[in-house]
Design a protein around this ligand. Structure first.
Ligand code: NAD
Length: 311
């Protein structure tokens, strides 16, 4: 029988709305917390239009709130802002952080635990990785196609009842979740994939497939994966480089028209998540005394893209 949880999603864009929508459909009491008033108002008026391979439907039992108006602390808070907005979001949503609130980050990149642990006790923080995709096509309109999974663990590596409750809640919404003590390998492998493809696409304005139009493109992606693999291993992480190389080659061949979020952000003049991805790999590399010239060069170039509008 479903144990319905009070859940708040902080950052209810593409991923937050997808997760909030399917969790509300599964019977949980879900509040979407965001600063995008147009999105919140449209959901308040008409519900969330959620399109998946199963159906396109309206989810009408979602509560919505701005962070500064968020009421009581939920049992589970899922942080789904972009990484560079985590701290601002948590600062203005302190009311969501009660002593019994478990906080989960499935954001991309590294440093998510450290950012959240400034606001919540480390034993209440969970970290993970998801391969579910989501796109937001307009206010109150989110879609997700294909399948995905979630792997998560407590940030301090201990097993707690709230970890299993979170896994159960996510599985009640068919999100294919497992507690996994090896989740850091999955996180680093996704970071390597994103460090290679996202930064190159953001810089060149190529779709993923266009990166293989010249041999240099694939060669550069594989160098970045190899650099991230060396840094991960120096940090004691088991890293399956052949698996990541396979994923990169698959994406180049089969996701040809895909525009990674970093490219979408760059095209829209928004800041990218480069610091949490290439930036975090370079910082960890320096701490370990490892050279990562390709990742670092991409970091510096995407920083320039991010700063275009600054003068
Ligand atoms: P998004 O930009 O669609 O959503 C982020 C939301 O955070 C926006 O609605 C924004 O208004 C909100 N936000 C910004 N500042 C805020 C604040 N101060 N308070 C409250 N809300 C605030 O991003 P997304 O695509 O949903 O990605 C979220 C995270 O998940 C990122 O780390 C991303 O890398 C990761 N991720 C995305 C996908 C995907 O397919 N979209 C897949 C896996 C992981």
């Amino acid at each position: 029988m479903l144990q319905a949880l009070d859940i708040a999603i902080l950052g209810a864009g593409a991923m937050g709305s997808l997760f909030g929508g399917v969790l509300a459909e599964a019977g949980h009491r879900v509040t979407l917390v965001d600063i995008d008033d147009a999105h919140l108002d449209a959901i308040r008026r008409e519900g969330l239009r959620l399109t998946t391979d199963t159906a396109s439907r309206i989810v009408s039992n979602l509560r919505v709130s701005r962070p500064e108006h968020a009421g009581s602390a939920p049992e589970l808070l899922i942080v789904f802002t972009k990484t560079m907005h985590t701290e601002a979001a948590l600062t203005s949503a302190q009311a969501l952080l009660g002593p019994h609130t478990a906080v989960l980050s499935l954001q991309n990149g590294l440093g998510n635990v450290e950012r959240i642990a400034r606001y919540a006790a480390r034993e209440r923080v969970m970290v993970g990785m998801t391969t579910w995709p989501a796109d937001k096509s307009g206010s109150a309109q989110v879609s997700s196609h294909g399948s995905g999974e979630i792997r998560l663990m407590s940030a301090d590596g201990q097993s707690y009842a709230h970890v299993q409750r979170t896994v159960d809640a996510l599985n009640s919404a068919a999100l294919n979740c497992a507690a996994d003590p090896g989740v850091w390998s999955a996180i680093w492998e996704k970071v390597a994939f994103n460090a290679a493809l996202n930064s190159l696409c953001a810089l060149t304005q190529c779709t993923v497939g266009a990166l293989s139009n010249v041999p240099d493109g694939e060669a550069l992606t594989l160098k970045i994966v190899a650099e991230a693999a060396a840094v991960a291993r120096a940090n004691g992480i088991a890293f399956d480089e052949a698996h990541v190389v396979g994923n990169v080659r698959h994406a180049l061949a089969h996701h040809r028209a895909h525009r990674p979020s970093m490219l979408q952000d760059a095209l829209a003049g928004r800041k990218t998540e480069i610091e949490a991805i290439n930036g975090a790999v370079v910082a960890a590399a320096r701490a370990a005394g490892i050279a990562t010239p390709c990742t670092e060069c991409l970091l510096q170039l995407v920083r320039l893209v991010d700063a275009r509008g600054a003068c």
